[in-house]
Each structure stands twice: as C-alpha cells, then as structure tokens.
Write a protein that binds this ligand. Sequence first.
Ligand code: ADP
Ligand code: MG
Length: 701
Amino acid sequence: MKAQLLQTPIVYLKGVGPNRAETLRSELGIATYQDLLNLFPNRYIDKTQYYKIVQLQRSNADVQLIGKIVNIKTVAQKRGSRLIATFVDDTGKMELVWFRGQKWIRENLKLNIPYVIFGKCNWFNGSFSMPHPDMELLSEHEKGLKISMQPIYPSTEKLSNKGITNRVIMKLVQQLFAETNGRFSESLSPNLVGELKLLSKSEAIFHIHFPKNQELLAKARFRLKFEELFYIQMQLISKKLLRKQKIKGFNFDQVGTLFNDFYSNHLPFELTSAQKRVIKEIRADLGSNAQMNRLLQGDVGSGKTIVAVMVMLLAIDNGFQACLMAPTEILAIQHYNGIQELLKNTGVRCSLLTGSVKQSARKPIHEQLESGELQILVGTHAVLEDKVRFKNLGLAIVDEQHRFGVAQRSKLWHKNEIPPHVLVMTATPIPRTLAMSLYGDLDISVIDELPPGRKPIKTVHRYDRNRLKVFGFIRDEIKKGRQIYVVYPLIQESEALDYKDLMDGYESIARDFPLPDYQISIVHGKMKPADKDFEMERFVRGETQIMVATTVIEVGVNVPNASVMIIESAERFGLSQLHQLRGRVGRGADQSFCILMTGHKLSSEAKTRLETMVRTNDGFEIAEVDLKLRGPGDLMGTQQSGILHLKIADLVKDNDILKSARHYAIKILKEDPALQRPENLIIRHTYAQLMKHKTIWNYIS
Ligand code: ADP
Ligand code: MG
C-alpha cells in the first residue's frame, strides 16, 4: 500500500461526504485516510453476548440486545423535548431515549425491523431504558465483520448530534480497510520487528481496531506504542547528535590550580560519591570540544551548590568567566553568600547582580565583567540584561530551571559567539526516562544520594482541630532552640482570600506566641523586596523563631537550624511543592519534622498526596506518584514541550517501552547516524515522512 494513498483527503472515503468530512476534521482532527487509521479506540467491548430484555440487570455494564422498535414518539419536557422509542423482544419491552440529534434519528429509524442495539441501561420507574443506543440493522450486523471485541472510539457531543456515532466511525474504518486491502507498508526495520518479535504494521493496525482477542490487542498496542516512542526518540537523539557536531564549545582542557587547590584544601566536607560522579560527567563534557548542555537533577539538600562551585572553578582555571542565575532574589543572595564563603580563601572574585542592585553599584560590576577582572557573576535574570557583557563567559549555570523556561535559557547562549557551556540545576525529581524526553536534547546527571548523617524528616498529617497540640509542639521545639516555618498557600485565582488566611494565621500565631518571648517574621509577595529581605535576614540570623510565609520560601532557602515545617491547607498543594517545602528543613543535625495541616474534608487525591508525603522522603518516589496522579500533562514544562499529543503511548505508564525505544534509537543512530545502511532504509523513509507531514510530536527545545 502506497504511502500517498494514506494522504488521501478523508472526503474521498466511501461514506464520507463534505459535511461529515468537515465534522471529522473539526471534532477529531481527521483530514486524511492516515488520520482515521490513527484514530485508536479508547476501549473495547465484549460483543460475543446478546442479552434478552428479561435478563437485564441494574448494573452499569454495556449490553447488546436484538429486537424491534414498535413505536416512536416525541415527548415535550421542561426544556426542549426527547424522543422515545419502544423496543421489544420476545421476553419484554424497554425504552430507547434520545435527547439530542432527534431529527436525524427520526428520519432514519425503521419500525418493526430487527435491530441490534448496544449501550448502557438505566432503571427508571420500574422499567429499563437505554439513552442514545448504538444501533445497527440486524441484517447489516450479520453482514459485517465478525468481531468479538468492539472498538469504542473517541467521540464528542457534536459528532453524535450529527449522527456520526461509534458505529459510523467503525464502518468508516472498515471501509478504509476494504479500500486498502488492510495492507500498510512496514514502518519499522525488519531488524527491530524481528528482534522485538513485533506484529507487522498491517497486523498491528488491524488488531488495534478489530482485535480478535486480548492477546493480539496487547501485541498491537505494544507495537504501536513502541513505534510512536521510537520515532520521538529518534528525533530527540538526532537533534542532540547534530548539536554536538555543529555547536562548538570551549575546550576546558586544564584541571588547574584553583580546582585542585580547592579540592585538596578548602572542601568543607567529603564529597558524596554521587557528587564525585556528577563532577566527572561534567568534566568529560567540558573537555569534549562540544558545547555542554546538561541537566543536573538532585533532590533538595543533595548538594548541588558545591558541584556548581567546582565546575565554575574549572571554567576559571581555563581562563573563562562563569555565571550563576537563580530564579528569585532571595535565592540569588543565598547562593552568593554560600559561594563567597566557600571561595573565601581562593582569591576568586565574585559579585551579585539582582534587580535591586543600585545603578551606581552596577557600573563597576559591568566594567569588571568586561575587563575580565570579575570571574563569577551570581544573580537573578538581571544578568540577562543587554548591558551585562562578559569578557569571555565560558559557563552558565541556571538553578531551578522550571522557573525560567526555554527563551531565557537560550538568551544566555548568545552572550558571545561560541556559546558558553550550560548546566541547568533542578530539584524537581522526574523519573529519568521522562526527563530524557522532556528535556530532550539535554544530557542528564543525577545526584541520587544525600550527604551522610542526615536524619530523615518525620512527617505527620494533622487536622485543623488539633491545632492546639501542634502549637504545644512548636513551643517545645522553640524551647530547644529550633526555628519553625509556617507556610500558607497562595494561589493566583484565590489570591485575596489566601492573603486573608495568611494574615489571620499570622495574627493567631502572634497571639499564642507573644512578644517579648517570641519573635515572628512574616514574608509574602506583596511586601517590598527590602522588607522581605530584612525579615528573611532576621530569621536566617536566628533573631526570629517563627517564619510565617507564603511559598516564596519554597525555593532553595537554607536555614539549618530550622527544624519544623508546618504546611497550612496542605491539601491544596501539589506533591512536588509539598516535597520542595519539606526540603527546607532537615538541613541541620537535629531531628526535623514536617506537619501537614488540613481541614476534615479531603478528596481522595488529596489523601493520596498526604499519605505519600507521610510515607516517604524519596523525591523520585514522590515524583512517580505525582505523575500517576496528574499525568505528565500537568508537570511543569510539559505544556510547551507538546508531550501531550501522544496518540497511544503514555510516558508514565509505558516507561519500560520508552526505555527500550530510546535504547534502540541510540543504538541505531550510533551505528548509522545518517541511516544509510540498507537495513535502516525503512526507518529513514518513515522518519522523513513523519517530519514532512508533521505527524511527529512537535518538540520544542
Ligand atoms: P541543594 O542540592 O538543595 O542545592 P545544597 O547544595 O544547598 O543542596 O546543600 C545542602 C546542604 O548540604 C548544605 O548545607 C551543604 O553545605 C551540605 N552538603 C552538601 N554536600 C555535602 C557533603 N558531601 N557532605 C556534607 N554536607 C554536604
Ligand atoms: Mg540549591
């Protein structure tokens, strides 16, 4: 079967006129034969059984019956009307009901002729009725393909209003099989089909629409999922290879004195083996002549900062400048202070640039950057301003990447002719294979080990009515010299209410923890930056014992003496946010606690989130649950990557298939980058077709 035939506009398929073609296009995005073929069923229904009316149960199952319509009438109701048909078989009678599309039904239904009907039954006023049944004349039914599992296709209200029922779509697909003899050209190489024991393309397409049995359906699904993920991976990986070929990078071939001196004399602690491994991976990139584009994943507290510092030293050792960009001012300041502390005996020159640095103070920074005197610049996105020009920026590190997004990341690139190496650090743990797809052409390093000696944070869930007990606990912890965070949700849609909750909460805490024994800081987004910093500083210095805040403290803040994190209205937070917040404690030597406060009424999802938090501290495990609850669609950054448009595969549930698809894509491209070998011919053709018709996942990076 020629590929061109599949590009035939759907209007030419027998049974599709201009009207239906338009509806199919607008409702399901079906424009060509190919599109219809790729409209995979959502589910399947066992059609081996025919029920009698007398056998009907008040269950929710779909049933299939044979009988006749003996009578049809329109009944007026409060709004509009409904169409009711009386359906009988030799055991009884029931009603068929339509609320929409009545005209079409009325004109087409035949009385006193046997039909096969299919659908869910309702029990109402002592008899059964079936709303919007799927119907077919028995004579047609008997002529049709004998299938045991009926496909149920995606549908919309407009489709059914226009009479394009599931049965109609099924007929169209059958027509398509008839016109093409059900033969479709293979789209994976014989090697892959053989090695993975895949169904052929034609078999897979047939059994995804009309599976003969469960086993063949499973095989068809596997083959099609594999194919979909495989070609996405082919695209990602060839893009990466291309970048490595095309985009030259500075070659950091020296492991110079600064790095060595720091390593031998100034490391404040022994690096974990994960930190060592990651530094090695990064060093290999930096000496490879290609531009580094690497994602560094590590749970909160896993020690990404020291890695960043050591990589910056490598840059400086090779005569380059380095820049570290953080998403918030608070975090930039903290990075700056931390880096200054680590580098205090090394003579490296480092400055801070944020939005609130005064113009007068900026001038020397600009000058020293251009002269090369300044070796490290730490800041917020203020570092991206045009006025900021480096003498020779060799390395850009971006912390917490989901706050920036793609455009700003690439802006850092264009600061000089050869782009700097880029290291993106994120504390949002995402299962590795998913990260590979999301961040496509980035390489990935993972710090999967926490520094030694950390006590796992104890997490509990408490209801609001137990607040007094919780306050008692806070009092005890403060007596021991610890500090406490109390965090309130702040969600854009309910901002005004949320601020009220925050202020009410603050007042109630202030009443229970009065001056002069207790000092309380409050930080939220409506405060002036200077006031915010002042309050933060007081808490960091230990002058205040309680920090009441909105999620501004979510990112990165490091106060090792803080040992209790209280999250108010915890049911309103997402899992990854809860995990990030909890990561603010547990940074010192003391036992730390996280208390999740909620109201009494909880959705089942909220319960799962809370239970997960109580059960584990492992960011990757939490990320897996989060993905299962929400799907990758809600994950930060996925919207723009277009990962939602997968036809059959699911990036979370099909993780194993994804891994295997990636494995083979890498293998094939490594052995045959231009896909010139005869055994890869089919792959080359299919890939070219997919790119041409833009049916491949539209990935932005
Ligand atoms: P994050 O990955 O969240 O940015 P940080 O870099 O802020 O983590 O590190 C968290 C804390 O752990 C810091 O106080 C840091 O000094 C400490 N730390 C990092 N690496 C180690 C290590 N190998 N041994 C002991 N402490 C470490
Ligand atoms: Mg950090």
